[in-house]
Design a protein around this ligand. Structure first.
Ligand code: NAP
Length: 317
């Protein structure tokens, strides 16, 4: 499996992993187990996905059956917005580790640079974006406070690597001014309709690895009714013709467009066949011209935008 080496720890992060958002809870343990059996080693979870316990069950079964050892896996999770205050970060990381049934995360990310009012996990978990009254309640926690608490997770051995998600460059630049441990990974929405080239270049200059989420663009949002009616990337002529020329599928071409440039991907699938198909995206190369023609599909079309939740948290404005 191709990897990217993370700054500070020199740990190797697989360039291709499995995304756990919207993985059906009732079949999640089997999906994770079978994904490991098929060859996946990186799993991208989050408190917000509501399936950490089931994901952990799949992992534990795979380890018990001798398919892998814990150290062969790279498990990522994320801190949710309601737990940004310093007194909650450690407790939540502990809770999430307990749900997974493991004692450290390979990577722990701040899910969004948005602090929301605390919701006691005993009251509601995952808490999502809204209070009991259906409204969004902001909290006054700064990113610096949260990041300092994230660094303490490294000191406590709960997270080997730490990073951020959905951050833009000016906020990262500020974070780098006070960071004791620099963020090793930035996870962002990135696909041909939102190629994020300036942010990718910024990360390269700072040695921050980039993970692309929603590699298939609108496809991941169809099931939520949030695809903005954008044309499917999987059926575009520009992508299909490259798939035909390389004897690969459109999905494999979209994934390779990222990984060939050192950008990690974490496609999600509830289908075993598609999950195996996605795994087959690493063993071929696209020409420079093919890479460029896919990058040229950029429309600056963002699908995962908190502005849809509340205009006060329009972090990409
Ligand atoms: N940090 C963040 O804020 C954030 C936000 C969004 C996502 N993420 C992470 O990124 C992961 C991936 O993003 P995503 O779930 O939005 O979308 P995605 O992986 O781009 O797309 C998933 C969609 O594509 C379909 N699909 C998967 N493989 C396919 C194939 N080979 N051919 C055709 N269709 C295929 C899936 O359907 P089936 O399931 O039916 O196959 C699903 O509808 C998430 O699971 C999560 O781990 C992070």
């Amino acid at each position: 499996m191709s990897t990217v080496v993370l700054k500070r720890t020199n740990q190797k992060m697989p360039l291709l992993g499995f995304g756990l958002w919207k993985v059906t809870k009732s079949s999640c343990a089997d999906t994770v187990y079978n994904a490991i059996k098929a060859g996946y080693r990186l799993f991208d979870g989050a408190g917000d996905y509501g399936n950490e316990k089931e994901s952990g069950e799949g992992v534990r079964r795979a380890i018990a059956d001798g398919l892998v050892k814990r150290e062969d896996l790279f498990i990522t999770s994320k801190l949710w917005n309601t737990f940004h205050a310093k007194e909650h970060v450690h407790a939540l990381a502990k809770k999430q580790l307990q749900l997974w049934g493991i004692d450290y995360f390979d990577l722990f990310l701040v899910h969004f640079p948005i602090a929301l009012e605390y919701v006691d996990p005993n009251h509601r978990y995952p808490p999502e974006w809204w209070g009991d009254d259906g409204k969004v309640h902001l909290a006054n926690t700064t990113v610096q406070e949260t990041w300092t608490a994230m660094e303490e997770l490294v000191d406590a051995g709960l997270a080997k690597n730490i990073g951020i998600s959905n951050f833009q460059s000016s906020l990262i630049l500020d974070l780098l001014r006070y960071a004791r441990y620099e963020p090793q990974v930035l996870q962002i929405e990135l696909h041909p309709y939102l190629n994020q080239q300036p942010l990718v270049d910024f990360c390269k200059a700072w040695g921050i690895a980039v993970t692309a989420y929603s590699s298939f663009g609108p496809q991941g949002y169809v099931e939520l009714g949030m695809d903005k009616s954008a044309a499917s990337l999987l059926t575009l002529d520009a992508v299909k013709s490259i798939a035909a020329a390389t004897k690969k599928t459109p999905a494999q071409v979209l994934l390779r467009w990222a990984t060939q440039r050192g950008i990690a991907v974490i496609p999600k699938s509830n289908s075993h066949d598609r999950l195996v198909e996605n795994l087959g995206s690493i063993e071929f190369d696209l020409s420079d011209q093919q890479l460029k023609s896919i990058s040229d599909l950029n429309l600056d079309l963002r699908l995962n935008d908190p502005i849809l939740i509340d205009p006060r948290i329009s972090i990409f404005a």
